[in-house]
Design a protein around this ligand. Structure first.
Ligand code: NAP
Length: 318
C-alpha cells in the first residue's frame, strides 16, 4: 500500500491540555466513524500482571490515555477495571471520555454464549458497558478449556453467527461498538457481507517485521480501522526472537528525529491512519509512549521501515 494515500494522524502538534486541577495531560487525536471516536493510541494490558495493572491504568489515564485495551483472556479485567474506577472516582475523567475495549474469548463463540462472555467481562470490569467489543479471533474453542490441546477442542461455530449474536449486545447497550481481531481479509469480508452492524476495527499484529500491507489496503478500502498490536515486538518470551526495539534501522531513524525506537514504532502506525496499542506497566514508558504527536516520519522512513518485513509474528496462538 502507498503509505502516502492515507491521512496521517495528529500532524505536528503535541497538544498538552491542563485538566481542572492544572495537571498537564496529552490530548490524543481520535479516528471518527459513525457514533465512534477511537483514540488513536491506547494502553495495552496483555501480560500486565493483576498486581501491577491497576496502577498502570491509573497512571496512563492521568497522563492522557483514554483508550484502554483488555480482554477476558488476559485474566486481569478486574484489576484493569479497578484502575479505571479509581480514575473515575477521583474525578480525573468522566466515563464518557474513556474508550474501554475488551474481547470475546474463543470459548464463547456459540451464539447462546456470547452474552455470557460480555456479562462476565462487564462484571469483572465493574462497568455497565464497553465502548468496543471485539471478537478475539475467528476460530471458536470448546470450553471449559480456554486453549485447545487437540483438534477436537475446536468449536465449529461460524464466526458470522457469533457476529450476529454480538450485534444484539449493541442493541442491549452492553457494547457501544463492535470489531474483530486477528481476522484476515476474507474473514473481514464475510462479516461485512452479512452484518447489520459493521465492524469498526480489525485489531491485528502489525509492525515493521510484519507490515501486512495487503490487509491494511483491504481494510482501509472498506473503511475498517486497523488497530496495531505488539508494535514493539511484544514481550519476548524466547531469547532468540528478533528485537524490533534494537533494530539498527529503527534506532537510526529515531536518532535522526531525536526520538526513541519505541516512539518511531508508534508513529509508524499513526502516520498511516492506523490506531496502535502500547503495553507498559512502567510509568516513565507509559508517558514516553505518548510523546508521538510532535514529529512526523517521512515517506522514506515509512518505506524503509516497511522494507524490514520478515513476516515474523511475535504472537502465535499455539
Ligand atoms: P508491545 O506493546 O509491543 O510490547 C510490550 C513490551 O514493550 C513490554 O515488555 C513493555 O515493557 C515494553 N515497552 C513498552 N514501552 C516501552 C518503551 N518505551 N521502551 C522500551 N520498552 C517498552 O506488546 P503487546 O503487549 O503484545 O501488544 C500491545 C497490546 O496489544 C497488548 O497489551 C494487548 O492489549 C493488545 N494485544 C492484542 C492481541 C489480540 O490478539 N487482539 C494480541 C496481542 C496484544 P514494560 O511493560 O515492562 O514497560
Amino acid at each position: 500500500m502507498g503509505s502516502e494515500s492515507v491521512q496521517p494522524v495528529g500532524r505536528c502538534c503535541f497538544c498538552l491540555l491542563a485538566d481542572d486541577r492544572g495537571n498537564m495531560t496529552v490530548n490524543i487525536p481520535t479516528l471518527l466513524r459513525p457514533g465512534v471516536r477511537l483514540p488513536v493510541l491506547g494502553l495495552g494490558t496483555w501480560k500486565s500482571k493483576p498486581n501491577e495493572v491497576s496502577t498502570a491504568v491509573r497512571v496512563a489515564i492521568g497522563a492522557g490515555y483514554r483508550h484502554i485495551d483488555t480482554a477476558w483472556n488476559y485474566g486481569n479485567e478486574t484489576e484493569v477495571g479497578q484502575g479505571v474506577r479509581d480514575a473515575l472516582r477521583d474525578g480525573t475523567v468522566e466515563r464518557k471520555e474513556l474508550f474501554i475495549v475488551t474481547k470475546l474469548w474463543c470459548t464463547f463463540h456459540r451464539p447462546e454464549d456470547v452474552k455470557l462472555g460480555i456479562a462476565d467481562s462487564l462484571n469483572k470490569l465493574g462497568l455497565d458497558y464497553v465502548d468496543m467489543y471485539l471478537m478475539h479471533g475467528p476460530q471458536g474453542f470448546k470450553g471449559p478449556k480456554i486453549r485447545p490441546t487437540s483438534d477436537s477442542d475446536y468449536d465449529d461455530t461460524d464466526y458470522v453467527h457469533t457476529w450476529k449474536a454480538m450485534e444484539s449486545l449493541v442493541d442491549e447497550g452492553l457494547a457501544r461498538s463492535l470489531g474483530v481481531s486477528n481476522f484476515n481479509s476474507q474473514q473481514v469480508d464475510r462479516v461485512l457481507q452479512a452484518c447489520r452492524i459493521k465492524p469498526v476495527v480489525n485489531q491485528v499484529e502489525l509492525h515493521p517485521y510484519l507490515p501486512q500491507l495487503d490487509l491494511i489496503k483491504y481494510c482501509q478500502s472498506k473503511d475498517v480501522i486497523l488497530t496495531a498490536y505488539s508494535p514493539f515486538g511484544s514481550t519476548p518470551e524466547v531469547g532468540n526472537e528478533p528485537r524490533l526495539l534494537e533494530d539498527p534501522v529503527v534506532v537510526a531513524i529515531g536518532k535522526r528525529h531525536r526520538k526513541s525506537p519505541a516512539q518511531v514504532l508508534l508513529r509508524y502506525h499513526l502516520e498511516r491512519g492506523i490506531s496502535v496499542l502500547a503495553k507498559s506497566i512502567t510509568p516513565t514508558r507509559i508517558r514516553q509512549n505518548l510523546e508521538v504527536f510532535d514529529f512526523r516520519l517521512t515517506e522514506d522512513d515509512i518505506r524503509t521501515l516497511n522494507s524490514l518485513d520478515r513476516n515474523h509474528r511475535y504472537v502465535t496462538w499455539q
